[in-house]
Write a protein that binds this ligand. Structure first.
Ligand code: ADQ
Length: 471
């Protein structure tokens, strides 16, 4: 069996994780020999060219440090102020400073140089996410001929948004250096195919750009998932029950509407609170009988747009409190911190409505975790954005347009009024879908496609394909 080398921006740390990637991949890597490679989280003046190995909770991890300057350009700059907003179709929130691209490429080159001496000939390399699009090119330039796959955790942008990204042509060429590019949803593959088929018509100078050949790259929708059966168990564990009981005492007769997200503008949090406000405004009968809990720990809070989202959300929650709260009733609770998985599972199970309404999302694992945690005898209802990758999987959720807060408010009403029979039927179909698209099936299908066929030497298939394309 070939070793699997997972590469991502950050290696997983200890404690509760507020990011989907760490939660999803920990299990997969534990089953394969190999290690996880990435940034240590440390900023230093002169990084060592050699990675250090560490064992974190049973996982073998190789880490490198970065300089403060490179990290700023690569992470807060090109990755999270250009690629993240653009890929989420929020050019209005992008800061296009094209010089960050140099730092982005420098860090990718640094990753490649530190990874190279750790590689064996038949290792299979699995690169994760938009921070590391150029890594295959950097590795190939150093002579690496192993199978290299890339998984994009966020959505792929539409063509005109893609063209607004500095050096997008080079980034797309970087994708063509992978053997496999996995995406979350058919929506993303369609957008990518549109680029691959049409490509940029011209440069500023008027001369046509060289067409990129994607002939050797398989591009496929391989949707990520969670472990719904593990969440089912976790949701009735003693740690979860502690949280459930505590909340139950607090809620009394009130039904819980729950949102769990990283604090990010892509998650549609202000729109969600506005929809809840409309639910209470349009349906006075729910006042005192429902309570909304939004859990949203801050992320990337050095970036201005994230601080602004946080401020907007504070103001929205204050507005709803001011409008509907009474001395003995609060319509909502907003908690800005991360919780462990068991506590979250307990909250999911208690919630009559899982409110998952991102404006655009690669997949959204909270939707999967919510489904997995339900009591099949008395399940809650998933209200889900059409613009989450999860909407392609969970057809029996109440699907909403998160920009239309009237529609979301009406979906909330339907969820609260939904009879038990319908809730059970919908949940059974959702649970079947969550099982079909479990995290195990996801990593298995990605690795099946990426691994060399029949255990042959990893370079041979590439050579054959290369010869075929030359001929
Ligand atoms: P994220 O944008 O981080 O991930 P998501 O898929 O919702 O979004 O994953 C969140 C994960 O973090 C879940 O496992 C959840 O339990 C956890 N989490 C969220 N809030 C938390 C809190 N308050 N406390 C503790 N844990 C919390 C990116 C993409 C997504 C894609 C994932 C995986 O943006 O679209 O689904 O990667 O590919």
């Amino acid at each position: 069996m070939s070793r699997i080398i997972v590469v991502s921006n950050r290696t997983p740390g200890k404690g509760p994780a507020a990011g989907g990637l760490a939660v999803a991949l920990r299990k997969t890597l534990a089953e394969h020999e190999g290690f996880w490679f990435g940034w240590s989280g440390k900023l230093v003046d002169t990084p060592s060219p050699t990675a250090r190995f560490e064992d974190i909770d049973g996982l073998k991890i190789a880490q490198i440090d970065l300089t403060r300057e490179d990290h700023h350009a690569y992470y807060a700059g090109f990755s999270n102020s250009i690629l993240w907003p653009s890929f989420h179709l929020r050019l209005d929130l992008a800061t296009i400073e094209s010089h960050w691209y140099e730092g982005y490429r420098r860090v990718n080159s640094q990753f490649a140089h530190a990874l190279l001496p750790l590689l064996k000939a038949d290792d299979v390399i699995w690169v994760h996410d938009y921070h590391l699009i150029p890594l295959a090119t950097e590795l190939r330039n150093l002579g690496v001929r192993n199978r290299i796959g890339f998984y994009l955790h966020i959505p792929f942008p539409t063509l005109d948004t893609l063209y607004a990204i500095p050096n997008h042509q080079e980034l797309m060429r970087d994708l063509s250096r992978y053997d496999l590019v996995g995406m979350q949803a058919n929506r993303d593959v369609t957008a990518f195919t549109e680029f691959a088929e049409h490509q940029s018509p011209s440069t500023l100078a008027g001369s046509p750009l060289e067409t990129i050949d994607f002939g050797r790259t398989e591009v496929s929708a391989i949707p990520i998932g969670s472990d719904p059966d593990a969440f089912a168990k976790l949701a009735v564990s003693s740690a979860a029950t502690k949280m459930t009981k505590r909340m139950d005492r607090f809620l009394g007769e009130q039904e819980l509407i729950l949102g769990v997200d990283r604090l990010d503008y892509s998650k549609g949090l202000p729109q969600r609170v506005e929809a809840y406000e409309k639910l209470l405004a349009n349906n006075a009968r729910f006042r005192r009988l429902v309570h909304m809990l939004q859990v949203a720990p801050p992320s990337r809070d050095t970036i201005k747009e994230y601080q602004e989202t946080s401020d907007t959300l504070d103001a929205m929650c204050g507005r709803v409190m001011g409008r509907f709260a009474e001395p003995d009733w609060a319509p909502l609770t907003y908690v800005k911190r991360a919780y462990g998985q068991a506590s979250l599972a307990g909250l999911y199970r208690l919630a009559r409505v899982g409110l998952v309404t991102p404006l655009r999302d690669g997949m959204n694992l909270v939707a999967h975790e919510y489904v997995g945690s339900q009591n099949g005898e008395d399940p809650g209802v998933l209200v889900l954005s059409r613009f989450a990758g999860a909407a392609e999987i969970f057809e029996d959720a109440l699907l909403v347009n998160p920009f239309d807060t009237d529609e979301t408010a009406e979906a909330l009403r339907m969820a609260l009024d939904m009879p038990l029979d319908e809730r059970r039927q919908r949940w059974q179909s959702l649970m079947a879908a969550a099982r079909k698209h479990s995290v195990d099936n996801w990593s298995q299908s990605f690795l099946d496609r990426l691994s060399p066929p029949d255990g042959t030497e990893s370079t041979s298939r590439r050579d054959i394909l290369y010869l075929a394309s030359v001929a």
